[in-house]
Design a protein around this ligand. Sequence first.
Ligand code: SME
Length: 167
Amino acid sequence: MEQIKVSSEADKVEIYRELLPQLESLVSGESDFIANASNLSAALKQALPHASWVGFYFMKEGELVVGPFQGKVACTRISLGRGVCGTAAAENRTIIVRNVAEFPGHIYCDPDSKSEIVVPIARDGEVFGVLDLDSAAYGSFDSVDEKNLERVASLVEGLIGSTSRRR
Ligand code: SME
């Protein structure tokens, strides 16, 4: 079984430095998209102590539908342009929210969520979905998360269209 290993005392930069190669390795032997997205959400949740919810929303018929995630039950569908996820998808840009109460239209899936980061997953300029992380503390996400989670989004972008065959 794959193990995700990061030092519990490592700071955020070090956690991502150790984690990213492991995420690449985690998906390298498997081409099933849902399997890989599921394990990526689990690995991120396991490795990032500041994240209370980690998961994907994917575009389906013009709206975001929840995909593989780790955390409490979440909103199933989010319209494009609504909430942090729908705004990040509509504008194809990463959004960091230090205090969710201050983001107009933020959607409360989990009342404990205090801050959030949403990174779009896009191919050829077309948004395919988003990677969403919540935290139970204010101001948990910063440019370190942005840079590294955008790398995770790139990894996912490379998996779009993969089939259920083993590589
Ligand atoms: N807070 C998000 C909704 C998704 S959950 O956080 C899992 C939003 O405003 O889009």
